[in-house]
Each structure stands twice: as structure tokens, then as C-alpha cells.
Design a protein around this ligand. Structure first.
Ligand code: CP
Ligand code: NVA
Length: 340
């Protein structure tokens, strides 16, 4: 079972506003000194191996987690789609109970968010959502880091997301953006907007941070003067059968030159990639001067390293210098040797 101190990252709001800021600050520190934090090295008291499980395909997530784990003294055990029996030959609960005895962290890209919740509830090591049908929170840490690097402060910026506004990226832009105190505007056609409970959670978080939420089918309303413009594929993994219909449905939500003319003149452009030029984004925009997508992609590495180190520290499984001690316990007394 989860210990009382184990921290997981299953959706964007699992980090409080202060905690999100702390992870982003740690990412900036670790980007400048890539080998300075070693939670998975023997001397960092961590177990070396991190399980990185994929039920869906990936390029960036796989490479950034594997690289980041190696940078921090660990070993990434990559489990590819079809290689494990999680959820079909063996329950998620039983899988968690086995993995938690061997690895230091479990990273999982899957479909249903409920699977991640079941994994976390049965694991005393951190569980990280590497994308599910509803959220892509690691991507948003990278996106916010890129925006912070280009714009300075995040709080008060307006961020417009256009396209499939019911997908995992839209939900994560909404939740992570308001957590950072941003004014988040989500725009897509009727029937493809965020679910009511996601909007409610975002509004609650925005009330704490001074951010705000706008959900609209009017792309112009979302774009007007926006500091950040974001989009994502119109056909997420698992939706391939709907491809033809979706290509028509989202056409007026394309981030092209006409859309960018409505945003702030110094707006920056985000896309989590893979991108489909000529559909959700034009070649001129993604390859143009306002695009920060390559910094965004690189930041998957730095943001996830910081996240993994932060979760290990906050769970009492390693000590990261410069972070406040774990509340109510001595982080030094709560190392892997004494905890497991
Ligand atoms: N952005 C993203 O998660 O990319 P991959 O699917 O390649 O991991
Ligand atoms: N919405 C996309 C994101 C890919 C990184 C998908 O789920 O396929």
C-alpha cells in the first residue's frame, strides 16, 4: 500500500501551485547542471531501476525518460507495448505490488486514468503518468518550462489552445496552466470541449492562483492577444478510425498564419509533437520564428528529471539538496535503506 508520504504524479493538479513552481525551478537548476542530482545512484540512496511502461507508442517520452534516468544514476527498464501482461493476464494491483519491491519509480503510458490510480494506490514508490487518455501532465511541465524560459513569469500570461479540446493535451493545458496562474482559453467545436468536471477542477484551481478559464467554440475569442498559442494532433492514439471525420471537424481551429495574426505579436507557439503540418498547424508556424517547439521537446528531459527527483525527495526515498525537508519526518532517516 502507499505509505503516507509517497507522492505520485497522475494529473496536473497533483502538484499544488507552490509545488509546480518548485519542480520548474529544480528543472532550471538541473538543466544548467545535468548531473548534479543523483536520486537513483547508490550514493543517493535510491534503487537504480525505474520501470518505464508503454501501452501506447512513443518517441520523446521514451527517450527523455531513459536519458533522464541515466543522467541521475539510474537504469531505465523500458517495457514496450505488448511486452507486459498488465491489465489482461495480471491485475494492475498485483503488478504494482511486485514492481514496488524492485524499482524506485514506475512511469506508465496507458489508456484509462483509472489504471494509473490503481497502480498508485498499490505502490509505495512514486507512479508517474507518461500520458493517458485524459491527461499528459509531464508534457505540460516541459511546456511551462519552455514558456518560462521565453517569457519569464508564467502567472498572468494568456494561453490559447485550439483543436481537439476534449483530448489529454487540452485537459492538461487547462489544469497545469491555471495552476501556474495563467489565463487559459480552450477552443474547439461543440462536443469536443473539456468535460464539466475538468472545467470545475480548473476553475477551483484558478480561484487559488489568480488564473482564469475560458471555454469557447469561437477560435477568435480564444486567440485574441494571446501570449501563448498551443495545439495538438486532431487524431490521438486510439482514435485512428475517426481520422477522416476529425480532419473536417477541426479545420477552423488550425494554428496557421491567420490564427497567429490574432494573437499577441510576440506570442510563442507550442506543440507537444508529433505534428501534422497543414492540419492542426501550418508548416510556416511550426517552423517559423514564434515556434518554441524544439525547446519544448528538449525540456521533456529536464522537467521529468526534476519531477522524478522531486517525487523521490518528497516521498522520503532520496534527498535532493536545496529542497525543503519532507514535512514531519527527517528525510535523512527516511532513505531507501530504512524505508524498504
Ligand atoms: N509528446 C510526446 O509525448 O511525444 P511521444 O508520443 O513521442 O512520446
Ligand atoms: N493527444 C496525443 C498526444 C501525443 C503526445 C495523443 O494522445 O495521441
Amino acid at each position: 500500500m502507499s505509505t503516507s508520504t509517497t507522492r505520485h504524479f497522475l494529473k496536473d493538479t497533483d502538484l499544488s501551485p507552490a509545488e509546480q513552481a518548485e519542480v520548474l525551478d529544480l528543472a532550471i537548476r538541473m538543466k544548467a547542471a545535468p548531473y548534479s542530482v543523483q536520486p537513483f545512484a547508490a550514493e543517493g540512496n535510491g534503487r537504480k531501476t525505474v520501470a518505464v511502461i508503454f501501452d501506447k507508442t512513443s518517441t520523446r517520452t521514451r527517450v527523455s525518460f531513459a536519458t533522464g534516468i541515466a543522467d541521475m544514476g539510474g537504469n531505465a527498464l523500458i517495457i514496450n507495448p505488448g511486452e507486459a501482461q498488465i491489465g489482461h493476464k495480471e491485475s494492475v494491483e498485483d503488478t504494482a505490488k511486485v514492481l514496488e519491491r524492485m524499482v524506485s519509480t514506475i512511469v506508465w503510458r496507458t489508456g484509462a486514468h483509472s489504471g494509473l490510480v490503481a497502480m498508485a494506490e498499490n505502490s509505495k514508490v512514486p507512479v508517474i503518468n507518461a500520458l493517458c487518455d485524459d491527461y499528459h501532465p509531464c508534457q505540460l511541465l516541459a511546456d511551462l518550462l519552455a514558456v518560462k524560459e521565453h517569457k519569464g513569469e508564467l502567472a498572468g500570461l494568456s494561453m490559447a489552445y485550439l483543436g481537439d479540446a476534449a483530448n489529454n493535451m487540452a485537459n492538461s493545458y487547462l489544469l497545469a496552466g491555471v495552476t501556474a496562474g495563467m489565463h487559459v482559453r480552450i477552443s474547439g467545436p461543440e462536443g469536443y470541449l473539456p468535460a464539466a468536471e475538468i472545467v470545475a477542477a480548473a476553475e477551483q484551481r484558478a480561484a487559488e492562483t489568480g488564473g482564469s478559464v475560458l471555454i469557447t467554440s469561437d477560435a477568435a475569442e480564444a486567440l485574441k492577444g494571446a501570449d501563448v498559442v498551443a495545439t495538438d494532433t486532431w487524431v490521438s492514439m486510439g482514435q485512428e478510425a475517426e481520422k477522416d471525420a476529425r480532419m473536417k471537424l477541426f479545420r477552423e481551429y488550425s494554428v496557421d498564419e491567420a490564427a497567429m495574426a490574432q494573437a499577441a505579436p510576440d506570442a510563442v507557439v507550442l506543440h507537444c509533437l508529433p505534428a501534422y503540418r497543414g492540419y492542426e498547424i501550418s508548416a510556416g508556424v511550426i517552423d517559423g520564428p514564434q515556434s518554441i517547439v524544439w525547446d519544448e521537446a528538449e525540456n521533456r528531459l529536464h522537467a521529468q528529471k526534476a519531477l522524478m527527483a522531486w517525487l523521490m525527495h518528497r516521498s522520503g526515498l532520496a534527498v535532493v539538496e536545496g529542497l525543503s525537508p519532507v514535512e514531519g519526518t527527517s528525510a535523512l532517516e527516511n532513505t531507501v535503506e530504512s524505508t524498504f
